[in-house]
Design a protein around this ligand. Sequence first.
Ligand code: 6PG
Length: 470
Amino acid sequence: MNNTKFDYGMIGLGTMGRNLVYNMCDHGFSVAGFDKNSSQVKTLVQEAGERKVIGTQSPEEFVQSLKEPRTIILLVPAGAIVDAVINELKPLLRKDDLLIDGGNSHYTDTNRRIEELTKESIHFMGVGVSGGESGARYGPSIMPGGDKKVYERVAPMLEAVSAKVNNEPCVAWLGNGSAGHYVKMVHNGIEYALMQLITETYLLLKQAAGMNNDEIHKTFATWNTCRLQSFLIQITATIFTQKDDLTNHRLVDMILDAAHQKGTGAWTSEDALAIQVPVPGIDAAVTARNLSALKTERVTASQKLKGPASNIISDKNEFVATLETALYFSMITAYAQGMALLQQASKEYQYDLDFAEIAKIWRGGCIIRANFLDQIRSAYQEQPNLQNLMMNEAIAFELTESQSAIRKVIQIAVENGHPIPGLMASLAYYDGYRSEWLPANLLQAQRDYFGAHTYERTDREGVFHTHWAE
Ligand code: 6PG
């Protein structure tokens, strides 16, 4: 029996888990792996080559193979499986061992797990990991939350394996408790909003400008060289060139237009509603996925519910330029909504988040990485208490300059019957936020009328109720 003990343990050896193991090994750490599915353990060992990796066959062997105090990373599907794994490990662990949940767990589950494990003197950290398979392998963005002292134990490893931008690691301790998983949830909410906005521009390039896949590819590829430069625009450009293996078509045209989701976008919307932060772009993105999933109903409705005749735009170049500006405008508002939610959540849940730091670690490795994050970082460095990202001097200027473009795009879409809820929600957020007056006085009057819910006045302090005319 070999008595070599390993630096870290990994539970969950799917593609993400395996890739993260190899990434850790490539940075000099030895890793023991375990998965309920023994074929995953086999694959880990087979692909490991000379790396310092061991595949274990049982939780007992796995735990025994680790240096103490142990550090075990869980990369398993969020939900009941995380609890099942914890319950299986718990009797085998000792004081000061650390469990790191690297999945997309709901932040309330993370709070509960921290509380339960603290009673047993076992540390638990919720750590958001973004970047998919290749991120895990070559450098993800890592969003850790939990006890800061415990984080310091794993900081060198997390910094080593994370993505780097200008030599700065895309990882930083974000806050106590579930801060890491909360920030990852909002990252995903922004991801949903950005993806929806990009798909809407695709719809307009295809249906309003009548472009083919090659033209759409070129458009996104060009956009990716300027201010829209981002991972999502880059992969979008590539998608349009992919040929289908089974037919002569491009793959994108053979994919069913019904979106799926694992739920993190909806969680973001739900929590934003709960703590009363407006995130209409994220809400619209979740709703648009739900609407897309009604494929059969939409096919029937397309025969019955009529819209306007849709015309192809004559000046494509001008339209593409306008659309680029509209997309830039709306992407800014998507980040602004996500940051505003984080700002409120930081107070509500006492995370004490550093927003410049969050922008910093999102610049590399993660799905929402973009050139624009440098500007977000600077905005919060200059003004840590900035009320809304849109209020930063430079960003406010860009929004003001580009708002006429998004109005034009929305006008064209409305006239031609193209559904673009994300772009519309972005403009509505901007217009709502910049409105000195909103008709909520009438709303308050209605509430007071039928429910005696009271209202405040513009001219004096206090709470008022009126016996409204019957
Ligand atoms: C990431 C992604 C990832 C996400 C899935 C898809 O940051 O790497 O956000 O965590 O869960 O890519 O999520 P949906 O199935 O909800 O689209």
